[in-house]
Design a protein around this ligand. Sequence first.
Ligand SMILES: Cc1cc2nc3c(=O)[nH]c(=O)nc-3n(C[C@H](O)[C@H](O)[C@H](O)COP(=O)(O)OP(=O)(O)OC[C@H]3O[C@@H](n4cnc5c(N)ncnc54)[C@H](O)[C@@H]3O)c2cc1C
Length: 475
Amino acid sequence: MSTLLSDQPLGAHPRPGRAETRERLSKAAYDLLVIGGGILGTSVDWHSAQSGLRVAMVDAGDFAGATSSASSKLGAGVFAYSMLSAFGDGVGRLISPARAAADNPGLHTDGLKAVAVYGDHQMNDARVAVMTVRAAVRSGAVVINHAEVTGLRFTHGRVTGVDVQDRLDSTEFGIDARLAINATGPVGGPPAPHGGQGCGPSIRLSKGTHVVLKRKASWKAARATPTDKYRLTFALPWEDQLLLGTTDEAYEGDPAEVRATGADIQQILDEAALSVRDEHLSRDLITLAFAGLRALPGGPGGVESAKRETVVTEGRGGMLSVAGGKWTTYRHIGRTVLRKVAQLHHSLSGDMKPVSHPPRWVSLPGLADPNEVAHRLLVHREAGARRDPLTTRHLATHYGSLSFDIAHLVSEDPALGERIDPDGPEIWAQVVYARDHEWAETVDDVLPRRTTLTVRGLGTDEVRAGVQDLLVQKD
Ligand SMILES: Cc1cc2nc3c(=O)[nH]c(=O)nc-3n(C[C@H](O)[C@H](O)[C@H](O)COP(=O)(O)OP(=O)(O)OC[C@H]3O[C@@H](n4cnc5c(N)ncnc54)[C@H](O)[C@@H]3O)c2cc1C
């Protein structure tokens, strides 16, 4: 009987190197070039590739390295507000504070009259994003991270290409495309030519900070407590830790400089104390604080009351911009932009024409029942091979069926099956996999985004050095 480990792994072909990718990007003429590889750019890239267009995507940093890995990780968080006000119509139910405290010992129930229970979904945003990049590439897109668009190229007043600089080795190259999509999020767009007017949309920014703490008790539910008319404070069990957030403040500084400040962290801890017991909020428990920027449509009123709408506009040089919205609706946003591209098609020369109805529900790579995957990993292992149950669970929930590729790496080199740190489930094979199949170029691509090492507070100098050693062993 053949076991899973002797089968050809699913992602057997490592991604091409950067020099080869740069060459492919600079030699071809693309239908569409997406500037920015956050979740919106990636969705546009993926949907465009699925609809038959020749597409490329570049990101100045890492894919999902900005806003798209700084979210509250809630799938339907947008519905929380309406659900809370919709009790009685079947979407939620009320329970007593005593019952809520029995299930969630960290909950502070003094003064609570009732607790409302509703359902939501949670994700690891950075990992879902990298799987979406992979889906786009599987559909034919060409992508590169750590490559910044430094200028726009115009033909007869229209943007028909970009100048790019590789941020890792400073190589400069160009990409030609019939249409460019600006998906640079809070940055607002690539640099304007000759210091002139930019091509980006009119947006304003709101900063949101989160704090991650080591969890002292089990949390069976996430907790959302209103702080005022518009805002909720969250305490979410996430990646075996407690995720608290978030602030919502107008931001006018340089988007590249956004950071969680001491004042942000204090505000989050104070607001969390409304419903979380003090012993769970000690500063010693903090493993990470991070901040992101919401891109909001311009308009009257404060940022906290602004609608979280997607802004899709056509700017100078015919460049389309997409910004804002929610992570949750990223597929819908990708299709919306594609429809806009199809409308613009009349003004574009040549044979570029996206198919009008690209498939609606193409699954992401690795989609599989994690329980089944964990079971198969435990059962179908080579004779004598050990399998750590925590690591097995971690692989199954974070990689789905792609876990078998990681198991294959371990069967070829058992040292890669060792834990990176005894306090976390991650193994060294995940670093090799991130390097060869998930576009990880730097230690900071691996620790906070391809793995949960940073979130768990395990990004020690020793771990960083070990990851760096594996990254440089490519090729
Ligand atoms: C605090 C906070 C909490 C949130 N919580 C939720 C939630 O719980 N649920 C939900 O559905 N949504 C949530 N959101 C919203 C969601 O995260 C965003 O709508 C989404 O991530 C926006 O993605 P984006 O691709 O537009 O931006 P980004 O992820 O910022 O991507 C833009 C990319 O453009 C790149 N770039 C910039 N300039 C250049 C250049 N010159 N050349 C090449 N690349 C460039 C950047 O490197 C970056 O990677 C939250 C947002 C915030 C800020």
